[in-house]
Design a protein around this ligand. Structure first.
Ligand SMILES: Cc1ncc(COP(=O)(O)O)c(C=O)c1O
Length: 414
Protein backbone atom coordinates (compact mmCIF):
# COMPACT_ATOMS: atom_id res chain seq x y z
CA UNK A 1 0.00 0.00 0.00
CA UNK A 2 1.30 3.47 -0.87
CA UNK A 3 2.15 5.52 2.18
CA UNK A 4 1.63 9.28 2.04
CA UNK A 5 3.32 11.68 4.43
CA UNK A 6 0.02 13.21 5.53
CA UNK A 7 -3.52 11.83 5.48
CA UNK A 8 -6.14 13.48 3.31
CA UNK A 9 -7.13 16.85 4.62
CA UNK A 10 -10.51 17.00 6.39
CA UNK A 11 -11.73 20.54 5.66
CA UNK A 12 -14.92 20.06 7.67
CA UNK A 13 -12.85 19.25 10.74
CA UNK A 14 -10.35 22.06 10.13
CA UNK A 15 -13.16 24.63 9.90
CA UNK A 16 -13.69 24.20 13.64
CA UNK A 17 -10.25 25.80 14.14
CA UNK A 18 -11.44 29.03 12.50
CA UNK A 19 -13.67 31.18 14.75
CA UNK A 20 -14.76 33.32 11.78
CA UNK A 21 -16.99 30.49 10.57
CA UNK A 22 -19.06 30.60 13.79
CA UNK A 23 -21.02 33.56 12.48
CA UNK A 24 -23.49 33.92 9.66
CA UNK A 25 -23.46 36.59 6.97
CA UNK A 26 -26.83 37.88 5.80
CA UNK A 27 -28.42 35.02 7.73
CA UNK A 28 -26.36 32.37 5.87
CA UNK A 29 -23.23 30.44 6.84
CA UNK A 30 -20.13 32.21 5.56
CA UNK A 31 -18.75 30.72 2.34
CA UNK A 32 -15.38 32.46 2.24
CA UNK A 33 -14.08 32.01 -1.30
CA UNK A 34 -11.56 34.85 -1.20
CA UNK A 35 -8.52 33.28 0.45
CA UNK A 36 -6.17 34.49 -2.28
CA UNK A 37 -6.65 38.04 -1.07
CA UNK A 38 -6.14 37.04 2.55
CA UNK A 39 -6.67 33.83 4.50
CA UNK A 40 -8.77 33.34 7.63
CA UNK A 41 -7.05 32.69 10.97
CA UNK A 42 -7.03 29.51 13.05
CA UNK A 43 -7.49 29.71 16.82
CA UNK A 44 -4.00 28.16 17.28
CA UNK A 45 -2.37 31.18 15.60
CA UNK A 46 -4.55 33.75 17.39
CA UNK A 47 -3.82 32.10 20.75
CA UNK A 48 -0.07 31.98 20.10
CA UNK A 49 -0.07 35.76 19.55
CA UNK A 50 -2.25 36.41 22.61
CA UNK A 51 -0.09 34.22 24.79
CA UNK A 52 3.04 35.97 23.55
CA UNK A 53 1.54 39.38 24.39
CA UNK A 54 0.38 38.14 27.80
CA UNK A 55 3.57 36.37 28.87
CA UNK A 56 6.62 37.24 26.78
CA UNK A 57 6.23 40.61 25.10
CA UNK A 58 9.23 42.95 24.98
CA UNK A 59 11.34 44.48 22.25
CA UNK A 60 13.81 42.12 20.57
CA UNK A 61 17.60 42.30 20.19
CA UNK A 62 17.62 45.26 22.61
CA UNK A 63 17.34 44.30 26.26
CA UNK A 64 19.61 42.12 28.40
CA UNK A 65 16.78 41.25 30.79
CA UNK A 66 14.96 37.91 30.83
CA UNK A 67 11.76 39.10 29.15
CA UNK A 68 13.58 40.63 26.20
CA UNK A 69 15.64 37.47 25.81
CA UNK A 70 12.46 35.39 25.82
CA UNK A 71 10.85 37.67 23.21
CA UNK A 72 14.00 37.52 21.08
CA UNK A 73 14.02 33.71 21.25
CA UNK A 74 10.38 33.58 20.10
CA UNK A 75 11.03 36.06 17.30
CA UNK A 76 14.14 34.23 16.09
CA UNK A 77 12.27 30.92 16.42
CA UNK A 78 9.83 32.25 13.85
CA UNK A 79 12.71 33.13 11.53
CA UNK A 80 13.97 29.56 11.87
CA UNK A 81 10.54 28.21 10.95
CA UNK A 82 10.49 30.37 7.81
CA UNK A 83 13.99 29.18 6.91
CA UNK A 84 12.89 25.56 7.21
CA UNK A 85 9.62 26.21 5.33
CA UNK A 86 11.46 27.34 2.21
CA UNK A 87 14.60 25.19 2.71
CA UNK A 88 16.85 28.26 2.85
CA UNK A 89 20.48 27.41 3.66
CA UNK A 90 20.79 30.02 6.42
CA UNK A 91 18.32 31.90 8.69
CA UNK A 92 20.38 35.08 8.23
CA UNK A 93 19.08 35.15 4.66
CA UNK A 94 15.49 35.51 5.92
CA UNK A 95 14.43 39.11 6.40
CA UNK A 96 11.22 40.12 8.13
CA UNK A 97 9.23 42.60 6.06
CA UNK A 98 5.73 44.07 6.32
CA UNK A 99 4.50 41.91 3.43
CA UNK A 100 5.45 40.50 0.02
CA UNK A 101 5.15 43.95 -1.54
CA UNK A 102 7.77 45.40 0.79
CA UNK A 103 10.12 42.48 0.14
CA UNK A 104 9.89 43.00 -3.63
CA UNK A 105 10.39 46.76 -3.26
CA UNK A 106 13.42 46.06 -1.10
CA UNK A 107 15.05 44.09 -3.91
CA UNK A 108 14.03 46.55 -6.64
CA UNK A 109 15.45 49.51 -4.72
CA UNK A 110 18.40 48.04 -2.87
CA UNK A 111 19.63 45.81 -5.71
CA UNK A 112 18.13 47.54 -8.74
CA UNK A 113 19.19 51.15 -8.14
CA UNK A 114 22.82 50.09 -7.79
CA UNK A 115 23.04 47.38 -10.42
CA UNK A 116 20.89 48.57 -13.33
CA UNK A 117 21.63 51.10 -16.05
CA UNK A 118 21.17 51.87 -19.75
CA UNK A 119 21.50 48.79 -21.96
CA UNK A 120 20.17 46.53 -19.20
CA UNK A 121 16.91 44.64 -19.52
CA UNK A 122 14.43 44.07 -16.70
CA UNK A 123 11.92 41.33 -17.46
CA UNK A 124 8.61 40.78 -15.69
CA UNK A 125 5.60 38.77 -16.88
CA UNK A 126 2.31 39.80 -18.40
CA UNK A 127 0.47 38.15 -15.50
CA UNK A 128 2.46 39.81 -12.76
CA UNK A 129 0.78 41.29 -9.68
CA UNK A 130 1.45 45.05 -9.51
CA UNK A 131 3.70 44.35 -6.48
CA UNK A 132 6.28 42.65 -8.71
CA UNK A 133 5.60 44.83 -11.75
CA UNK A 134 5.44 48.47 -10.65
CA UNK A 135 8.65 48.50 -8.54
CA UNK A 136 10.63 47.08 -11.48
CA UNK A 137 9.01 49.42 -14.00
CA UNK A 138 9.85 52.36 -11.71
CA UNK A 139 13.44 51.34 -11.01
CA UNK A 140 14.03 50.60 -14.71
CA UNK A 141 12.82 54.12 -15.55
CA UNK A 142 15.02 55.67 -12.87
CA UNK A 143 18.14 53.81 -13.99
CA UNK A 144 17.58 54.00 -17.76
CA UNK A 145 17.17 50.22 -18.08
CA UNK A 146 14.71 48.71 -20.57
CA UNK A 147 11.54 47.21 -19.11
CA UNK A 148 9.84 44.30 -20.89
CA UNK A 149 7.18 41.63 -20.28
CA UNK A 150 7.28 37.89 -21.00
CA UNK A 151 3.99 37.47 -22.92
CA UNK A 152 1.15 35.13 -22.05
CA UNK A 153 -0.35 32.52 -24.33
CA UNK A 154 -4.06 31.88 -24.80
CA UNK A 155 -4.35 29.59 -21.78
CA UNK A 156 -2.80 32.09 -19.42
CA UNK A 157 0.65 30.48 -19.43
CA UNK A 158 4.01 32.15 -20.13
CA UNK A 159 5.34 31.95 -23.68
CA UNK A 160 8.90 30.99 -22.95
CA UNK A 161 9.55 30.74 -26.67
CA UNK A 162 9.54 34.55 -26.71
CA UNK A 163 12.58 34.77 -24.41
CA UNK A 164 15.10 34.48 -27.18
CA UNK A 165 13.92 37.51 -29.15
CA UNK A 166 13.17 39.56 -26.01
CA UNK A 167 16.75 38.97 -24.82
CA UNK A 168 18.01 40.73 -27.96
CA UNK A 169 16.71 44.03 -26.55
CA UNK A 170 19.48 44.31 -23.97
CA UNK A 171 21.58 42.63 -21.33
CA UNK A 172 19.07 40.66 -19.22
CA UNK A 173 19.78 41.60 -15.58
CA UNK A 174 16.53 40.80 -13.76
CA UNK A 175 13.78 38.27 -14.33
CA UNK A 176 10.85 38.76 -11.94
CA UNK A 177 7.87 36.44 -11.83
CA UNK A 178 5.28 35.02 -9.51
CA UNK A 179 5.38 31.31 -8.79
CA UNK A 180 1.58 31.16 -8.74
CA UNK A 181 -0.56 33.80 -10.41
CA UNK A 182 -3.13 35.41 -8.12
CA UNK A 183 -5.47 36.19 -11.02
CA UNK A 184 -5.44 32.90 -12.99
CA UNK A 185 -3.87 30.39 -10.63
CA UNK A 186 -1.23 29.55 -13.26
CA UNK A 187 1.81 27.76 -11.84
CA UNK A 188 4.82 29.34 -13.53
CA UNK A 189 7.97 27.42 -14.56
CA UNK A 190 10.30 29.15 -12.12
CA UNK A 191 13.03 26.50 -12.20
CA UNK A 192 13.32 26.78 -15.98
CA UNK A 193 13.24 30.59 -15.85
CA UNK A 194 15.85 30.67 -13.07
CA UNK A 195 18.22 28.51 -15.12
CA UNK A 196 17.70 30.75 -18.16
CA UNK A 197 18.17 33.92 -16.07
CA UNK A 198 21.49 32.70 -14.75
CA UNK A 199 22.68 31.80 -18.25
CA UNK A 200 21.98 35.44 -19.14
CA UNK A 201 23.80 36.74 -16.06
CA UNK A 202 20.52 37.92 -14.51
CA UNK A 203 19.02 37.51 -11.05
CA UNK A 204 15.74 35.66 -10.58
CA UNK A 205 13.21 37.31 -8.26
CA UNK A 206 10.21 35.23 -7.23
CA UNK A 207 6.95 36.53 -5.84
CA UNK A 208 5.68 33.57 -3.79
CA UNK A 209 2.71 35.40 -2.22
CA UNK A 210 0.27 32.88 -3.76
CA UNK A 211 2.58 29.89 -3.63
CA UNK A 212 3.87 29.82 -0.05
CA UNK A 213 0.39 29.28 1.49
CA UNK A 214 -0.39 26.32 -0.74
CA UNK A 215 2.66 24.31 -1.77
CA UNK A 216 6.01 23.11 -0.59
CA UNK A 217 8.74 25.61 -1.54
CA UNK A 218 12.45 24.91 -1.77
CA UNK A 219 14.44 27.97 -2.80
CA UNK A 220 17.48 25.85 -3.58
CA UNK A 221 15.54 23.55 -5.90
CA UNK A 222 13.84 26.53 -7.56
CA UNK A 223 17.29 28.05 -8.15
CA UNK A 224 16.04 31.58 -7.56
CA UNK A 225 17.94 34.47 -5.94
CA UNK A 226 15.16 36.23 -4.03
CA UNK A 227 11.73 35.04 -2.89
CA UNK A 228 9.06 37.09 -1.09
CA UNK A 229 5.77 36.24 0.59
CA UNK A 230 3.24 37.45 3.20
CA UNK A 231 2.01 35.79 6.41
CA UNK A 232 -1.58 36.97 6.09
CA UNK A 233 -2.26 34.74 3.08
CA UNK A 234 -1.10 31.66 4.99
CA UNK A 235 -3.19 31.77 8.19
CA UNK A 236 -0.80 34.25 9.82
CA UNK A 237 -1.39 37.84 10.90
CA UNK A 238 -1.29 40.90 8.65
CA UNK A 239 1.69 43.26 8.95
CA UNK A 240 4.47 40.72 8.50
CA UNK A 241 6.10 38.94 5.58
CA UNK A 242 9.43 37.47 4.63
CA UNK A 243 12.05 38.02 1.99
CA UNK A 244 14.67 35.39 1.34
CA UNK A 245 17.82 36.28 -0.61
CA UNK A 246 21.20 34.71 -1.29
CA UNK A 247 23.81 35.76 1.27
CA UNK A 248 26.31 37.08 -1.28
CA UNK A 249 23.68 39.28 -2.95
CA UNK A 250 22.23 40.59 0.33
CA UNK A 251 25.68 41.33 1.68
CA UNK A 252 26.64 43.30 -1.42
CA UNK A 253 23.43 45.34 -1.39
CA UNK A 254 22.83 48.78 0.07
CA UNK A 255 20.25 48.95 2.86
CA UNK A 256 16.63 49.76 2.05
CA UNK A 257 15.38 51.45 5.26
CA UNK A 258 17.75 53.35 7.52
CA UNK A 259 17.61 54.03 11.25
CA UNK A 260 17.80 52.08 14.49
CA UNK A 261 18.93 48.45 14.73
CA UNK A 262 20.35 48.17 11.18
CA UNK A 263 23.69 49.85 11.95
CA UNK A 264 27.09 48.67 13.15
CA UNK A 265 28.53 52.07 14.07
CA UNK A 266 27.21 55.60 13.69
CA UNK A 267 29.55 58.57 13.67
CA UNK A 268 28.99 62.09 12.42
CA UNK A 269 31.13 61.40 9.36
CA UNK A 270 29.88 57.95 8.46
CA UNK A 271 27.61 55.04 9.38
CA UNK A 272 28.36 51.38 8.77
CA UNK A 273 25.76 48.66 8.44
CA UNK A 274 24.99 45.71 10.70
CA UNK A 275 25.21 42.06 9.71
CA UNK A 276 22.45 40.12 7.99
CA UNK A 277 19.55 40.06 8.53
CA UNK A 278 19.63 43.18 10.75
CA UNK A 279 20.95 45.41 7.97
CA UNK A 280 17.51 45.13 6.35
CA UNK A 281 15.39 45.30 9.53
CA UNK A 282 15.49 48.95 10.57
CA UNK A 283 13.34 50.02 13.52
CA UNK A 284 11.17 47.91 15.80
CA UNK A 285 10.14 44.72 14.05
CA UNK A 286 6.62 43.27 13.80
CA UNK A 287 7.41 41.18 16.88
CA UNK A 288 4.16 39.50 17.90
CA UNK A 289 3.24 39.24 14.21
CA UNK A 290 6.42 37.27 13.56
CA UNK A 291 5.48 34.92 16.41
CA UNK A 292 2.03 34.53 14.83
CA UNK A 293 3.71 33.85 11.47
CA UNK A 294 5.70 31.03 13.10
CA UNK A 295 2.53 29.59 14.67
CA UNK A 296 0.77 29.71 11.27
CA UNK A 297 3.65 27.77 9.72
CA UNK A 298 3.36 25.15 12.49
CA UNK A 299 -0.36 24.93 11.79
CA UNK A 300 0.13 24.40 8.04
CA UNK A 301 3.01 21.95 8.59
CA UNK A 302 0.75 19.88 10.84
CA UNK A 303 -1.78 19.61 8.02
CA UNK A 304 1.01 18.97 5.49
CA UNK A 305 1.61 20.87 2.27
CA UNK A 306 1.12 17.77 0.14
CA UNK A 307 -2.36 17.34 1.66
CA UNK A 308 -3.13 21.05 1.20
CA UNK A 309 -2.12 20.97 -2.46
CA UNK A 310 -4.16 17.82 -3.11
CA UNK A 311 -7.24 19.26 -1.41
CA UNK A 312 -7.05 22.48 -3.41
CA UNK A 313 -6.49 20.61 -6.63
CA UNK A 314 -9.66 18.57 -6.04
CA UNK A 315 -11.64 21.75 -5.30
CA UNK A 316 -10.26 23.49 -8.39
CA UNK A 317 -11.09 20.56 -10.67
CA UNK A 318 -14.58 20.44 -9.15
CA UNK A 319 -15.12 24.21 -9.53
CA UNK A 320 -13.84 24.26 -13.13
CA UNK A 321 -16.12 21.32 -13.92
CA UNK A 322 -19.21 22.91 -12.40
CA UNK A 323 -18.57 26.38 -13.85
CA UNK A 324 -17.70 24.81 -17.20
CA UNK A 325 -21.29 23.50 -17.39
CA UNK A 326 -22.60 27.07 -17.54
CA UNK A 327 -22.39 28.34 -21.14
CA UNK A 328 -22.92 31.93 -19.95
CA UNK A 329 -19.82 31.83 -17.75
CA UNK A 330 -16.45 32.63 -19.31
CA UNK A 331 -13.50 30.94 -17.60
CA UNK A 332 -9.90 32.18 -17.70
CA UNK A 333 -6.63 30.35 -17.16
CA UNK A 334 -5.12 26.89 -17.62
CA UNK A 335 -6.69 23.48 -16.86
CA UNK A 336 -6.90 22.26 -13.25
CA UNK A 337 -3.73 20.14 -13.45
CA UNK A 338 -1.63 23.22 -14.23
CA UNK A 339 -3.07 25.67 -11.74
CA UNK A 340 -3.48 26.33 -8.01
CA UNK A 341 -6.76 26.85 -6.14
CA UNK A 342 -7.84 30.00 -7.94
CA UNK A 343 -10.65 30.27 -10.51
CA UNK A 344 -11.28 33.49 -12.46
CA UNK A 345 -14.43 33.93 -14.50
CA UNK A 346 -17.06 36.35 -15.76
CA UNK A 347 -20.79 36.03 -16.16
CA UNK A 348 -21.18 37.21 -19.73
CA UNK A 349 -22.82 40.64 -19.84
CA UNK A 350 -22.82 41.20 -16.06
CA UNK A 351 -20.34 43.44 -14.25
CA UNK A 352 -18.19 41.42 -11.79
CA UNK A 353 -19.10 43.79 -8.92
CA UNK A 354 -22.80 43.05 -9.43
CA UNK A 355 -22.06 39.33 -9.43
CA UNK A 356 -20.11 39.57 -6.16
CA UNK A 357 -22.82 41.67 -4.53
CA UNK A 358 -25.62 39.25 -5.40
CA UNK A 359 -23.53 36.34 -4.09
CA UNK A 360 -22.93 38.25 -0.86
CA UNK A 361 -26.70 38.30 -0.20
CA UNK A 362 -26.32 34.52 0.22
CA UNK A 363 -23.17 34.73 2.36
CA UNK A 364 -20.82 33.79 -0.51
CA UNK A 365 -17.70 36.01 -0.52
CA UNK A 366 -15.74 36.21 -3.78
CA UNK A 367 -13.47 38.86 -5.27
CA UNK A 368 -14.38 41.18 -8.13
CA UNK A 369 -11.86 43.49 -9.74
CA UNK A 370 -8.61 43.63 -11.65
CA UNK A 371 -6.76 41.73 -8.88
CA UNK A 372 -3.84 44.19 -9.08
CA UNK A 373 -3.10 42.77 -12.54
CA UNK A 374 -4.12 45.49 -14.97
CA UNK A 375 -1.69 44.41 -17.74
CA UNK A 376 -3.24 40.93 -17.57
CA UNK A 377 -6.79 42.34 -17.71
CA UNK A 378 -5.76 44.23 -20.84
CA UNK A 379 -4.48 41.01 -22.35
CA UNK A 380 -7.76 39.24 -21.51
CA UNK A 381 -9.69 42.18 -22.98
CA UNK A 382 -11.71 42.78 -19.79
CA UNK A 383 -11.73 45.48 -17.11
CA UNK A 384 -12.20 42.97 -14.29
CA UNK A 385 -13.09 39.38 -13.43
CA UNK A 386 -14.71 37.50 -10.59
CA UNK A 387 -12.40 35.22 -8.67
CA UNK A 388 -13.09 32.34 -6.31
CA UNK A 389 -10.12 31.04 -4.34
CA UNK A 390 -9.82 28.13 -1.96
CA UNK A 391 -7.90 27.09 1.12
CA UNK A 392 -7.67 24.41 3.77
CA UNK A 393 -11.13 25.21 5.17
CA UNK A 394 -12.95 25.29 1.80
CA UNK A 395 -15.56 22.56 1.24
CA UNK A 396 -17.19 21.51 -2.06
CA UNK A 397 -20.61 22.61 -0.74
CA UNK A 398 -19.35 26.19 -0.89
CA UNK A 399 -18.63 25.77 -4.59
CA UNK A 400 -22.18 24.44 -5.00
CA UNK A 401 -23.43 27.60 -3.27
CA UNK A 402 -21.31 29.71 -5.63
CA UNK A 403 -22.86 27.97 -8.63
CA UNK A 404 -26.40 28.33 -7.18
CA UNK A 405 -25.69 32.04 -6.64
CA UNK A 406 -24.53 32.43 -10.25
CA UNK A 407 -27.82 30.95 -11.45
CA UNK A 408 -29.56 33.69 -9.44
CA UNK A 409 -27.32 36.29 -11.06
CA UNK A 410 -28.17 34.97 -14.50
CA UNK A 411 -31.88 35.00 -13.71
CA UNK A 412 -31.94 38.55 -12.36
CA UNK A 413 -29.33 40.30 -14.55
CA UNK A 414 -28.24 38.01 -17.37
C1 LIG B 1 0.82 37.23 -6.52
C2 LIG B 1 0.80 38.31 -5.48
N1 LIG B 1 1.89 39.03 -5.29
C3 LIG B 1 1.95 39.99 -4.36
C4 LIG B 1 0.87 40.27 -3.57
C5 LIG B 1 0.99 41.35 -2.57
O1 LIG B 1 0.84 40.83 -1.29
P1 LIG B 1 0.81 41.82 -0.06
O2 LIG B 1 -0.36 42.73 -0.30
O3 LIG B 1 0.61 40.93 1.11
O4 LIG B 1 2.09 42.54 -0.06
C6 LIG B 1 -0.31 39.56 -3.75
C7 LIG B 1 -1.50 39.89 -2.95
O5 LIG B 1 -2.62 39.68 -3.37
C8 LIG B 1 -0.34 38.55 -4.71
O6 LIG B 1 -1.43 37.82 -4.91
Amino acid sequence: MAVTAHPKLDANRLRADFPIFEQSINGKPLAYLDSAVTAQKPRQMIEAMSEFYETSYANVHRGVYALSERATAAFEGARQRIRALISAPDAREVIFTRNATEGLNLVAYAWGLTNLGPGDLVLVTELEHHSNFVPWQYVAKRTGATFQMIPLGDQGELELGALEYIAREGRVRVVATNLVSNALGTVNPVEELAAWSHEQGAIMVVDAAQAAPHRHIDVQALGCDFLAFSAHKMCGPSGVGALWGRTELLEAMEPFNLGGHMIRKVEFEETTWGDLPHKFEAGTSPIAEAVGFGAAIDYLNNIGFDAIERHEHELTAYALGRLGELPWVELYGPPADRRAGIVSFNVVGVHPHDVAQILDFDGVAIRAGHHCCQPLMRKLGVAATNRASFYVYTIPEEIDRLVAGLHKVKKSLG
